[in-house]
Design a protein around this ligand. Structure first.
Ligand code: NDP
Length: 474
């Protein structure tokens, strides 16, 4: 499969190829052209020329919205094929993949409607005249995406960027470029001008560096590891390029004894183990009041053991394989570290005799928040259950991490829910549920979990510049 440069299929300049594996079998699924700096140059030129000529930003916001609605319709028409591609490439259960493709279409519908609602302001200044604030597109946006939600996270950046009138250059993860390439084709088919759309698979360091260090790129939208985000931030300082970062997490699910803790114990395993734990929002620390701790661990373990681990295309599968053997090894290493630090593995952590990259969901009890398994992002199916004494102790533990992305609080006491929610320093919190992401609401992190917010109207701040314009009446 070729690259997409300026809306047109093209082989890579170097002829290099990426071998794309299928996590369920460990075998090659297909090959994809692997871009390098020469391809980045072509993509930037196409994006820059298109933006500077105003072919997309010059259209009315309503017209852009209509095109984005067409994108959503085309995604829905092709839903089953795209979901199957995502399930096979990323190892996702087909039901989850369908949900994500449907959500991806919903993201385009949301930003189609938002395109003509990017309002400016008028400001009552002291000078005679009218002072107004205009929101204008930033220009060329480089959008760098990880492998855990390949299509959905691509849409979180691409849809608002296009709604605002920008050109986009999408850099998918090397492990999972297939659905981003398909999305690129759909964008052009729907009517986004060809020059505004490039999709460049290829090594992150090469493509990423070339994009981040180029002064013709106006904005970097990145999701991935905190260390990669920090390196992008350093590189972008040279050209003062605008950067937004969605990074890692080590979120806490706090369960008070007064909660419907049996419901929490039944539902919370999927908040860690969905997507085989490869989720920045995973509640990988379950922080439980000590008076219910043993009963909660038993119920949580029962619920975990009832999860259906299986092949992605089996309709009954709830947990698929991991993305790679390397990613699985990270989890196995952390299970060894946990054992050495004195945690008890209650269930899971078993590698079956299967060529796929499977690992059964692992539950650790007796975890202290100072242990490495409680402090470091594992990005795999490992849950740590940590006891707490009282409300203050729960808040201290929840905040005792370098990250601040997501989290949950389970309690029937409204006052306690409000106090705890205000005290926990994290970008997204839910009370009596574990869901994190809603298309219409801002998503992003405190502390090492990132900079800026995606989704909702908050995302429009990333993709617009603010211009203050004064019209004199004198
Ligand atoms: P990486 O940071 O390794 O990669 C993310 C993307 O960045 C990939 O496309 C990668 O390309 C590219 N990349 C790698 N190096 C560079 C570089 N030097 N400059 C520019 N781009 C680069 O993360 P993973 O793909 O391993 O994703 C998992 C991580 O992402 C986890 O830590 C997770 O928490 C985080 N994440 C955060 C989310 C959030 O919203 N906060 C959501 C999802 C994931 P290549 O694949 O070619 O290496």
């Amino acid at each position: 499969m070729d690259l997409l440069i300026g809306g047109t299929r093209a082989p890579s300049s170097s002829g290099a190829i990426l071998s794309i594996l299928e996590p369920a079998t460990g075998l090659e699924l297909t090959t994809v052209a692997s871009g390098d700096a020469a391809d980045v140059e072509l993509a930037i030129r196409a994006a820059r020329d298109s933006f500077d000529a105003g072919v997309w930003a010059g259209q009315s916001a309503t017209a852009r919205g209509r095109v984005l609605l067409r994108v959503a319709a085309l995604i829905r028409e092709d839903l089953e094929d795209i979901a199957t591609l995502e399930a096979r490439n990323a190892g996702k259960p087909i039901g989850d993949a369908r949900w994500e493709v449907n959500a991806a279409a919903g993201v385009f519908e949301y930003y189609a409607g938002a395109a003509n609602k990017i309002f400016g302001e008028t400001i009552p200044v002291q000078d005679a005249g009218i002072d107004m604030v205009l929101r204008e597109p930033v220009g060329v946006c480089a959008l760098i995406v990880p492998w855990n939600f390949p299509l959905l996270i691509t849409t979180w950046k691409t849809a608002p960027a296009l709604a605002c009138g920008n050109s986009v250059i999408i850099k998918p993860a090397s492990l999972t470029p297939l659905t981003a390439l398909r999305l690129g084709e759909i964008l052009v088919e729907a009517g986004v001008p060809a020059g505004c759309v490039s999709v460049l698979p290829g090594p992150g360091r090469v493509i990423g560096d070339a994009l981040v260090s180029d002064r013709r790129v106006d904005k970097i939208g990145f999701t991935g590891e905190t260390t990669t985000g920090a390196s992008i931030l350093r590189a972008s300082s040279e050209n003062i390029t605008r950067v937004s970062l969605e990074l890692g997490g080590k979120s806490a699910c706090v369960v008070f004894a007064d909660a419907d803790w049996e419901k929490a114990a039944a539902e919370t395993p999927m908040s860690v183990f969905a997507n085989t734990g490869q989720d920045c929002c995973a509640r990988s620390r379950i922080v439980v009041e000590d008076s219910i701790y043993d009963d909660f661990v038993a119920a949580f373990t029962r619920a975990t053991e009832s999860l259906q681990v299986g092949t992605p295309l089996d309709e009954t599968t709830e947990i698929g394989p991991m993305i790679s053997t390397a990613q699985r090894q990270v989890s196995l290493d952390y299970l060894d570290i946990a054992a050495a630090e004195g945690a008890e593995r209650v269930t899971g952590g078993i590698v079956p005799d299967d060529p796929g990259f499977y690992l059964s969901p692992a539950v650790l009890a007796g975890v202290d928040n100072a242990m490495r398994v409680a402090q470091e992002e594992i990005f795999g199916p490992v849950a740590s259950i940590i006891p707490f004494r009282d409300e203050a102790d729960a808040i201290r533990i929840a905040n005792d991490t370098p990250y601040g992305l997501s989290g949950s609080i389970w309690t029937r006491d409204l006052g306690r829910a409000i106090r705890t929610a205000k005290a926990i320093r994290t970008g997204v919190l839910s009370v009596n549920t574990n869901k994190s992401v809603r298309t219409e609401a801002p998503f992003g992190g405190y502390k090492h979990s990132g900079l800026g917010r995606e989704l909702g109207m908050h995302a429009m701040h990333h993709y617009t510049e603010v211009k203050n314009l004064f019209l004199s009446s004198e």
